[in-house]
Write a protein of this length. Structure first.
Lengths: 697, 697
C-alpha cells in the first residue's frame, strides 16, 4: 500500500503552511546586527537593517515600539498617535464611562484633539538608551558571597543605577537581566504620562468572541484602539514611527512583530521546566478552576456580585485556560522530553570542551536546586497567589508588610514598598473596592485554606494550622469577614497610614491572620531570594555552554525588554484533516453573529456590510512570530517598516511556546490594520483617517 | 482598501476545494446514457459509458451495486464477496456474539469459507431488469377517479404487477415511482437470502468516533465489513463486480458513488418543503429530544436498562442530530428562499409556454394542499411516530390492526399486513423484547400523550382526550403498563394469532387504548392516501414544467432505486478561516485516541502504528457526491470501475441536501479501501487479502 499524494496538493500545503520559515527567537535590537543581511533580505526585509537599529546611535525604527507597562504599542504618526490593543487602553475607556456616557458599549471617536480623553494613570515609555552594566553589577558582588548576600548586593546595585539614571527628568530607568545573569542592561526610557484616548471601537468589536474565542483561531476580533502621547501639553513628536501600510498582507508575506514580551522560560533545564509544569500550571489549573467555580456559584443570581467579580473572573479564566493550554501543549509537543535530550546533548558536548567544566557543574546544581524546591513548591504557590486571590487576605498582608517596611530607609526596603511605588499601591487598594463581593471573596479564601490544609508535612503553614480548624474552615472564615474592617474602603485607607502597633491594636481578625502569616511570608521570600541568588550564579554558567553549543545567535528569554521577531503570514494544521487558513474576513464575523454575549455584531457594521462583499474586508491574520504575554498590542510591520497589524493573541496549540518554540504550530494572531481603517471609514472618522494616511506617501 | 489575495494562494484553494465540479444529481442508470461522452471523459470516466450500463441488455457494471434492504453494497470479486459498512452487517455480528464470543468488541475474520457466519434474516438483492410500467399504471386508473379511488387503483395495480413478476422463483420485485408519478418502473431483482459474514473490524474501529463524530469531519471511522452471498449453497458468481483498486485516491480524483439512496424531497414546492421543515424536522427535534432526555434519565444508573435502550437511543440520537442539521442547513443555505425563487421562475416560464397551463395549476394545487395539511400536521406527526416510539403503544396498535386486516383477502389488505410481510412482522414483535425497558417506555408514552394534549382544536385525538386525563398522565400511563400483557413476550406472540374479538375479550388496557385509537388511525391513513392520490395526480404535471424549464436531464428524487452520482475528491470551507482537507489518515485516529468511549484505538492497531508512519495510512475521504440515507455502504469507484472506498456519511453542513444540493458544502464521507487492506494485512487475513487482490491485474 502506498499513499501517493498529489504533487500539486503538496505544493499547495507548502504554500499555505510552510514556505520559508523564520527561526525561533525574540531578538534584542543588538542581536539584529548579527544577522546576515542577505538572509534578512531573503526573509522579506526591504529596509537596510541599520534603519531598524543603528548601533552607533543605539536607536532606530524599532524605537517606535513603546510600552504601556504591560502592553506594547507603536507610534504611527509624527503627531504622537499610537496603536495598541483595545484591552490595553480599556482602562481609559472605563474611566470616562458613566451611566450617561457608555463608552464601553458604544466605543469612542475623538472628533478633534480637544475631545481626546486623558487617562489618569496611563503612561508610556519610549526606548532611549541601552547600556551594558554587567561589569558594574559583577563588581558590586562581594567575593565569595553566599547566595542571599549575592542577591541582595545585585538588588542594591540595581537600585543605585536606577536612581542615578532617573536623576535626568522625564527618564524612567530599569535594569534588565538577560540569560539569567549573563548580561545586565540599564535601560533608559522617556516616560510620557499625558496619554489620551483617541479612538476605541465598541466593546462588541474590540472583544468580539470573548472568552469562547480566547486563544482560538479562526478569530474575528477587532482588538485595537488609538491613543496619543503628549509632552508639555503638545502632541509628542517621536523620532520614529510606523506609517500605516497602504497595501495589506497576504499569505506568505514577511512581517516583524515588535514589542515587550514579558517572560519565557526556555533557558530553564528540563528539571526546572518540570517544576513550572507541575506547580505553576498544574496548580493554577486546579486552584484557579476551583476559584472560578465558587465565584460563579456565589454570583449566580446576583447582578451586583457578577459586576464586581467580572474583571477578576476574566483574569482567572484567562490564566486558567492558559494553564490548560500550557499543560496540553507540553504533553502534545513532548517539550520536556525534547528539552531533556537537548540538555543532555549540551552537557555531553560541554564535557568535552575546554573551559566548560563549570557549565556542566552549574547545570547539575540547577537541577539539584529544582529537585529541592519541589518539597515546598505547593506552599510557595499558595503564597504567590495571595496577590491575585481573595482581596481581604491580600489587603491585610499588604498593610501589615507596608507598616513594617515604612520604618526602614527607602533604599533598604522590599522594592514593592519603596516610596516611588506607594502612590500606585494606595491607588490599587482604593480601586479594589469595586471588585469586592464578600460571598465570592470568602469562598475563595475557603478554597485557599482548604488547599493549605492539604499540604504535606515539611511545607505546612503554621498560621493556618494553628488558627483555622480543618473541620471549621467556612465558619472560621465567615467570622474573619464579619470581624474585619480591612474590607471597608474608608477604614482600609486609614490603615494604609498606620504603624504596626496601630494595626495590632485594632484586634482585627484578618489583620491578625496577616500578622501570623508575616514571618512565614518573610521566610519564604528570603528562601526565594536565596534561590534566585543561586540561580543568578548558576544560570549564566550553563547558558554560556548552551549558546556556544548552538554556534549561532540564541535569543535570550523574554524579560519585558524590546524585542523583534521575524515571521511570515501563514496558516497551520491544528489536527489531521483540518487546515487553518491564515486570514479571516468580516464574512466570518457575520457568520458568528448569534446576538448572544460576545457574538453580537453592532448594527452599524451589519448595515455597512450589506453594501459590500464582507469576504473582501480582511479582519485577523496568523503569522509564525515568536510571542508571549506582553506582546499584546505589538506593532506588526512589513518589510518596508509599515504597520500592517497589531498582535493580540496566540493560538491554542501555541500556548506552551513559553517553554519552547514549535514551528508547526507557533502562530500569533494579529488584527489587520485594514479592518481598523474600514471601521474608521464607515464611522466617518475623517480627520483621524486623514491623519493616519496622509495622501500618497 | 483593497484585499489582494495571493494568486498562488487562490490557485491552491481552487485545487483543494473547487476543481471541476460535477453537477448535482443521483442519476438513474437510464439517465447515464443521456450524458455527453466527452463531458464524462473530462470528468474522469475512463470506461466507455456503455460498460456502466448497456441499454440493449438493460444492465452493466452498475449492477454490481446491490441492496441489503436499507444499505447499499458492492460486489468486489466473482466469488460473491461484497463490501458494505460495518453498521450494515452489524446485525449478523450481533447475532453470533455471545458472552463467550464477543465478536462485537473483537471483530471477526473468517479463516476459511467454512467459518463464515450466516445471518438469519440477511438478504441482498441484485438488480436484474427495469421495466417502464407507466402506461400500465395509467390504464388501471378509472377515468375521472377521485383521489382516494385513484390512489387505491394505483396501489392495486402495483400489487398485481409485483405478484406476476415474483412468479419467477428467486425474484424480488417492486414498483418504483419517479418524479411523483411521472414514471413508474417495475424493478426485478435477484434475491439472495444466504448471506454470510466474512469480516468485521472491532467495533472500536467500525464505529470509531461514535455519536460525537457522527455527521462530522474530520472523520476517522473504519466503517466497513465484508460479506459473501451464496446461492444454492455455493458462492454467488455475479456477472459484474468492482475489483479493489490498487492505487488509491488523491485530491481532485474523479469518483462515482453508486447505491440506493432512500428519499429526498427536492421535487417539492417551497410550500411543501416548509411543511417538512416545520413539522417533520422541527417536531423531530423537539419530541425526539424530549424522548432522548427521558430515556437517559430513566436508565441513568441502570446497566440493564441502558443496554435495553441502547439501539433505540442510538437511532433517536441519529435522527435528532440529523433534524438539527436539516434545520440549521435550511436556514444557513436559505434553501426555501431559493426554492421559492425557482418555483416562481418556473411558473412564470410555464405560464408563457403552450401546453403548460396545467403545470401552473398543478403547482398552485400542490401549494393549496400543503397549506391545508398544516392544520393537522402535528397530529399526523404524532401518529407517524407511534412506530419508532414507545413499544407498548406500537405493539398494541399493530396487534389490533393485524387482527382486523387478517380477515380480508390478501390483495385487499393494508400492504404492511399482507401475508408476505407477516413472518417479518412476527419476528419484529418477538425481537423487540430485548429493547424494552419499562420505565423508559412509559416515560416516552407520557411525552407522546402530553404532546397530544397540546394539540390545537381541529386536530385533537379523541381517544386521548376521552381516556387520559390531562392532569393525570403519568398515573394513567402507569396503570396502562401495570395492566397490559402486550409487553409480555409470550402473551404478545399469542396475541399475534388472535382475532379482534379475542383481543377485545382480554380487557387489556393498552389494547383498549389501541382499539380506541384505531378508527382515528384509519381515518388519518385514508386522508393520507387521498392526499397521496392528489399529489400523484398533481406532481407529474408540475415536474413536466420543471424538467422542461431546466432544458437538461434532471435527476428524480431518491426513491431507494439504483443511482449513480459523479464526484471528485475534495475538501471544503466549513467556515471563515477553516479549510477541511479531503483526506484523513491513521495519524488523526491516533490523535483522537483518548481511551474513552468511541475514541479507543485497539491495541493491535497501536502496535502496528508504531512500526510505520501513521500519516501515510489513508483512512477516510471527502467527495462532492450527491448522497442521502440509503447510500450507507455505497461502493465508491474510480474512473476505471475499481472500488476505492465505501460511502458512510455526509458532513454536517450537507445534512439539509435532501432539500437541495449546495456545491459549496455537498460532501459525502467514505472510508478508504486502503485502510481496510492495511487492517487485513496487520490482522494477517492472508487468504482474504489474496481473494480481494488477485496478483497483478
Amino acid at each position: 500500500m502506498q499513499f501517493r499524494n498529489s504533487l500539486r496538493w503538496t505544493a499547495c500545503l507548502t504554500l499555505a503552511l510552510s514556505l520559508v520559515h523564520a527561526d525561533e527567537g525574540k531578538w534584542t535590537p543588538q542581536q539584529l546586527l548579527r544577522f546576515d543581511a542577505a538572509w534578512l533580505k531573503k526573509q522579506g526585509l526591504d529596509l537596510p537593517v541599520s534603519r531598524l537599529w543603528d548601533p552607533t546611535r543605539g536607536t532606530g525604527l524599532l524605537a517606535a515600539t513603546i510600552s504601556t507597562g504591560g502592553c506594547s504599542a507603536g507610534f504611527v504618526t509624527n503627531t504622537g498617535l499610537f496603536l495598541t490593543n483595545h484591552h490595553c487602553l480599556f482602562g481609559i475607556v472605563q474611566e470616562h464611562s458613566g451611566p450617561n456616557r457608555d463608552l464601553i458599549t458604544r466605543g469612542f471617536i475623538a472628533g478633534s484633539p480637544a475631545e481626546e480623553l486623558r487617562g489618569k494613570t496611563a503612561r508610556v515609555t519610549v526606548p532611549h538608551r541601552f547600556t551594558d552594566v554587567t561589569k558594574e553589577i559583577a563588581a558590586a558582588i562581594p567575593a565569595g558571597a553566599a547566595d542571599l548576600v549575592r542577591a541582595k548586593a545585585v538588588q542594591a546595585k540595581q537600585k543605585l543605577l536606577i536612581a542615578a539614571c532617573e536623576k535626568t527628568a522625564g527618564m524612567h530607568c530599569s535594569v534588565a537581566i538577560f540569560d539569567g545573569g549573563l548580561q545586565y542592561v540599564l535601560i533608559t526610557t522617556i516616560e510620557l504620562d499625558d496619554i489620551r484616548l483617541v479612538y476605541a471601537p465598541p466593546r462588541a468589536i474590540g472583544e468580539f468572541g470573548g472568552e469562547a474565542d480566547n486563544f482560538r483561531w479562526p478569530r474575528h476580533t477587532g482588538d485595537f484602539a488609538i491613543g496619543r502621547a503628549y509632552k508639555d501639553g503638545k502632541p509628542y513628536q517621536p523620532e520614529f514611527y510606523f506609517p500605516v501600510a497602504r497595501t495589506g498582507v497576504k499569505p506568505g508575506d514577511f512581517v516583524m512583530v515588535l514589542g515587550y514580551p514579558g517572560r519565557t522560560i526556555r533557558s530553564m533545564t528540563a528539571a526546572e521546566m518540570a517544576n513550572e509544569r507541575d506547580f505553576r500550571f498544574q496548580l493554577r489549573k486546579e486552584i484557579y478552576g476551583e476559584w472560578i467555580r465558587v465565584i460563579e456559584e456565589k454570583t449566580k443570581n446576583n447582578a451586583k456580585g457578577a459586576t464586581a467579580v467580572a474583571a477578576t473572573l476574566k483574569s482567572l479564566n484567562n490564566n486558567h485556560t492558559n494553564a490548560i493550554g500550557q499543560l496540553a501543549g507540553l504533553s502534545r509537543g513532548r517539550t520536556l522530553e525534547k528539552q531533556t535530550a537537548l540538555d543532555s546533548a549540551v552537557s555531553t558536548w560541554a564535557g568535552q570542551q575546554a573551559g566548560f567544566a563549570k557549565s556542566v557543574e552549574g547545570k547539575m546544581d540547577l537541577d539539584r536546586l529544582a529537585g529541592r524546591r519541589r518539597g515546598t513548591a505547593t506552599r510557595d504557590f499558595l503564597f504567590q497567589i495571595i496577590k491575585p486571590g481573595p482581596l481581604a487576605l491580600y489587603q491585610a498582608t499588604t498593610l501589615v508588610r507596608l507598616a513594617a517596611e515604612r520604618t526602614k530607609p527607602d533604599a533598604e526596603r522590599d522594592p514593592d514598598y519603596m516610596n516611588r511605588e506607594l502612590p500606585a499601591l494606595s491607588n490599587t487598594l482604593e480601586r479594589q473596592q469595586k471588585s469586592f463581593f464578600r460571598a465570592a471573596d470568602e469562598a475563595m479564601l475557603d478554597v485557599w485554606i482548604d488547599r493549605a490544609w492539604k499540604l504535606r508535612a515539611g511545607e505546612r503553614i503554621q498560621a493556618i494550622d494553628t488558627r483555622i480548624p480543618r473541620d471549621g474552615i467556612p465558619q472560621t472564615v465567615a467570622a474573619l469577614y464579619n470581624g474585619t474592617k480591612v474590607t471597608d474602603p474608608v477604614e482600609r485607607m486609614k490603615m494604609f497610614e498606620e504603624t504596626t502597633a496601630q494595626l495590632g491594636a485594632r484586634r482585627d481578625p484578618m489583620l491578625d491572620l496577616a500578622f501570623a502569616l508575616e514571618p512565614e511570608l518573610r521566610a519564604w521570600q528570603a528562601e526565594t531570594q536565596t534561590t534566585d541568588g543561586a540561580i543568578a550564579r548558576l544560570r549564566p554558567l550553563w547558558r554560556r555552554a548552551v549558546i556556544a553549543h548552538a554556534g549561532k545567535p540564541v535569543a535570550p528569554d523574554a524579560n519585558s525588554t524590546l524585542r523583534v521577531s521575524f515571521a511570515h503570514v501563514k496558516g497551520y494544521v491544528p489536527r489531521d484533516g483540518v487546515i487553518y487558513s491564515p486570514q479571516t474576513t468580516l464574512a466570518g464575523m457575520l457568520e458568528k453573529n448569534t446576538g448572544e454575549e460576545s457574538f453580537t455584531v453592532p448594527g452599524f457594521v451589519l448595515d455597512a456590510a450589506r453594501l459590500i462583499k464582507p469576504e473582501e474586508i480582511p479582519l485577523d491574520f496568523l503569522a509564525d512570530a515568536d510571542t508571549t504575554g506582553g506582546n499584546s498590542g505589538s506593532p506588526v510591520i512589513n518589510g518596508r517598516g509599515e504597520l500592517v497589524g497589531l498582535n493580540f493573541d496566540r493560538v491554542w496549540e501555541n500556548v506552551a511556546n513559553d517553554f519552547g518554540y514549535n514551528p508547526e504550530v507557533a502562530r500569533n494572531i494579529s488584527v489587520d490594520v485594514r479592518f481598523l481603517m474600514w471601521l474608521l471609514e464607515i464611522q466617518k472618522a475623517d480627520a483621524l483617517l486623514k491623519e493616519l494616511s496622509p495622501a500618497k506617501r
